[in-house]
Design a protein around this ligand. Structure first.
Ligand code: AMP
Ligand code: MG
Length: 425
């Protein structure tokens, strides 16, 4: 088996101490494989899950030509341009009940929305367009064209056609579509299990008394939120001291219980702590310094124990850096692990409302607040101080301004791309 470093070394311009952010994304997209196990779930349990196979429609939807309006159904061949039309109403067709009569040449059928259009009737004139006159209706000239207000058999889906594709995340519309096919269950990838723990001697758990030089563990909570939003099962292993025996036990437990392990802290260069060393000992790990801000140091790899293998992501300890590296790399990797094929985040374009300092040669993720100007354009400003420890900036922001690797300073009014938090945070 090739080691991670050997695989990564095949990347274009691989430079582990100055890695292009795009290269990391590409590497993970190639390296991470979807989970092998799938399960069959009732539709209502499947919200947010990823389809493990195409859903083939067993029926056509709609199953008949039917009316899109309440009105009067007629044979479109009776219509003459510029001429009104007077027809006798021969009966009524209700939704859910087929009308089995026959019409003479000067007759029409009162019809409700969703009712089957009998053979020979291809046009519906809405009730509000006609004048009623006892048993007759009068259509003004050019009230409709032949074929208007008709829903065609199979216009939503044809029997035998793939209604949904493997790899699609099931949202509300997809649940409804599956139900419209009469299917009560659906086959999805199983949920990924992700274990996480924070590392650092200075990390305090909630409930502990404050002490000098120590900080409360926030990464554990942001990660819990990020992972929960992704729909993974979270195994929260708390905070672990920079102490080899404790770290080793935590890594072993995490890898035994989960498909992926996420840690924060202790991956910077030249650090005196033991996280890095322990990852090296237990796993096949590449340490990268990514040309990005925030979030330069990161470890990516796997821990193999007996016959199980777990992905490993060692994120930086700084709270903003941990979140940004999660959003940029870990989230798409976990989506891929759960079988998702089209999971790239949506980027909006907005005009920048303030000048931004930016050095070419690294990707930057600045916390942005997108709003709409009086003229209806999207505009984005930053949350101010962009320090990688300022977690408040993530709370105030509604998206990340993504400044690509080669970009330089941004002037007021320049267009920038923003990765919106909606649905993610
Ligand atoms: P490290 O990546 O371990 O060098 O940590 C970088 C910075 O992030 C240090 O100031 C740490 O105190 C802080 N930090 C590390 N882990 C956490 C955590 N779980 N919650 C809050 N801050 C943290
Ligand atoms: Mg540390």
């Amino acid at each position: 088996m090739k080691t991670l470093e050997q695989i990564a070394a095949a990347l274009d311009n691989y430079e582990p101490t100055a890695l292009h952010a795009d290269a990391v994304g590409l590497f993970l997209a190639r390296w991470v494989e979807p989970l092998a196990q799938t399960e069959e779930l009732g539709i209502l349990e499947a919200l947010g899950r990823v389809l493990a196979q195409d859903v083939i429609s067993p029926i056509s939807v709609p199953p008949h030509d039917n009316s899109a309006m309440d009105g009067f159904a007629l044979d479109g061949a009776l219509l003459r341009a510029g001429r009104p039309l007077r027809l006798r109403v021969a009966g009524t067709a209700l939704a859910g009940r087929a009308w089995s009569g026959r019409l003479a040449g000067d007759e029409c059928l009162k019809i409700m929305t969703g009712a089957i259009l009998p053979a020979g009737l291809d046009t519906v004139v809405p009730v509000e367009r006609v004048r009623l006159d006892g048993a007759y209706v009068e259509l003004p000239a050019d009230a409709v064209r032949a074929g208007d207000n008709r829903r065609l058999l199979g216009e939503d889906l044809r029997a035998g056609q793939a209604a949904l594709r493997q790899g699609q995340v099931l949202g509300p519309a997809a649940l409804g579509l599956i139900a419209s096919l009469g299917l009560p269950t659906v086959r999805v990838f199983r949920r990924a299990r992700v274990a996480c723990f924070s590392t650092g001697d200075e990390i305090l758990s909630l409930g502990e008394a404050p002490r000098e030089g120590a900080v409360y563990d926030s990464n554990r909570y942001t990660l819990f939120g990020l992972l929960s939003r992704l729909g993974v099962e979270v195994v929260d292993l708390g905070a672990v001291k920079d102490e080899p025996a404790q770290l080793e036990a935590a890594f072993r437990e995490a890898a035994a219980r989960a498909d992926a392990v996420i840690t924060t802290g202790g991956v910077s260069m030249g650090e005196a702590d033991h996280t890095r060393a322990m990852m090296k000992k237990l796993g096949d790990v590449a340490f990268w310094r990514i040309d990005m801000r925030p979030g330069r140091p990161m470890a990516v790899g796997r821990i193999v124990q007996e016959d199980r293998s777990a992905l490993l992501f060692g994120l930086p300890g700084n709270p903003v850096a941990a979140m940004v590296t999660f959003l940029a790399f870990v989230r798409p990797a976990l989506q891929r692990l759960m079988g998702c094929t089209a999971c790239a985040p949506v980027l909006l374009q907005a005009h920048c409302a303030e000048p931004l300092r930016k050095k070419p040669g690294r990707t930057e993720y600045q916390r942005g607040i997108v709003s709409r100007t009086a003229e209806g354009q999207l505009s984005v400003r930053t949350t101010g101080h962009q320090g990688s420890g300022v977690l408040r900036s993530m709370v105030e922001a509604n998206g990340l301004i993504v400044l690509p690797h080669d970009r330089g300073d941004v002037a007021v009014g320049d267009t920038v791309e923003v990765m919106m938090f909606e649905g993610v945070l």
